[in-house]
Unconditional design. Sequence first.
Length: 477
Amino acid sequence: MRVPDSENDMTTGVDLSEPFDVVVAGGGNAALCAAISAARANVRVVVLEGAPAFYRGGNTRHTRNLRCAHDGSAPTMTGPYEEDEFLEDLHRVTSGQTNEALAKLTIARSTELLGWMGGQGVRFQPPLGGTLSLGKTNAFFLGGGRGALNALYRQAEALGVTAIYAAPVVGLTIENGFFVSATVKHEGRVHTVRGKALVAACGGFESNIEWLKEYWGAAADNFLIRGTPYNRGEVLRMLLDAGIAPVGDPTQCHAVAIDARAPKFDGGIATRLDSVVFGIVVNAEGKRFYDEGEDTWPKRYAIWGRLIAQQPGQIAYSIIDSRSIRLFMPSIFPAVEATSIGELAAKLGLDPAALEATVSEFNAAVQPGTFDHTVLDDCRTEGLAIPKSHWARRIEEPPFYGYPLRPGITFTYLGVRVNEQARMLLKDGRPTGNMYAAGEIMAGNVLGKGYLAGIGMTIGAVFGRIAGEGAAVHARN
Ligand SMILES: Cc1cc2nc3c(=O)[nH]c(=O)nc-3n(C[C@H](O)[C@H](O)[C@H](O)COP(=O)(O)OP(=O)(O)OC[C@H]3O[C@@H](n4cnc5c(N)ncnc54)[C@H](O)[C@@H]3O)c2cc1C
């Protein structure tokens, strides 16, 4: 893999004016799986990565695992996870908003991923204990997503793939459903990169605040983006404008509660906060607004981003006492600590009287029960307008702790429609001639709603492989 400094850079020998066989837009898991699969078919592949080399790999850098069906023989996973069970899990989270054929294809081909990715140098490790308990369903990357990415880039390099960093695709020339060329900005110049086939693997548009504002209004200014700032959806928009059929609800995004002190972009998994179920959550007025103990955290963590997005100023505060501080995976930022609720409120910038009133009212409503955070226990409140259904314990043992929370956006659902060959479909249902898509940019075909931990990487790897192989066959013919 060559990394040129500029077009026609003779020192590296890469000439962007020479046509490639397969042009891959994007540089994450889906793009690399496509590039490797195409290069294995002996075609000339270029990867156009919008981000600079250090930030290559989009949201894939932040991942930890992928979900795969398996027979239980893998040393890095526990128990078998049958294809039927995977499909049931998918149906449950999407409430049926999935293309059945593509869902079954994803799941069937997921059985190959441990072996295939392993063959590209990606290493897996046994899962560690944690809040998500995913040992049976998910394979964890040794070295995380960045480790997996480095292995995939190394493999692409060995296969002769050309990767160009800081090379965002800013235009596409498409004629009658046929990709002709990509317009790329690189080192202050605009280049036309021609290819016989395109694989679009540029993720969603979650980093494009202006686009998010179309649905969320000014509230989107207060959203934090958990992943790369480079997934701005430019290529997605160009494809939709060129007549590719959309898939997925454009207004929806996956959002979780994260530490409000996280950076605007790229805070990753270390800023997620799992403390919600152990105490109460209040808004900027010091008032509770939702049942913190509705269900187990893995089933509910994804609703809290949206709930906080609906609060004034898009901010909330998780309040716990000393009995709970060690029960969850901590954020990278330390909790705000105080010896009284009033002091905690002041430190968090809340009205002390309001928070004291909320905590007193909550404490008075807590019923006797046996606390067990591993099951839906019988610790609940009675008589509150907004109940807490499980794990309700009085917040009374100092020191008291608080975390500020904001909505952390993981990904958006809008994408391009594809068929089982990963070929993009036009609005009239016809497949495009030479345009393929893989990863988050088409994940809405399979995951129309909700989330199943690890399925993003599965969809990227499965459709990346299919797209790369298909694009190579097209290029050779
Ligand atoms: C914090 C966090 C943790 C996650 N953990 C997991 C997990 O453990 N397991 C899991 O399955 N999923 C996880 N996900 C979701 C997962 O990251 C995505 O499903 C996955 O990365 C999608 O892969 P992709 O290749 O389609 O997109 P990405 O990995 O996001 O790659 C998109 C690429 O496109 C590039 N790009 C964007 N626009 C352009 C352009 N105009 N021109 C050229 N290049 C462009 C970007 O720079 C990037 O390289 C997580 C997401 C986040 C944010």
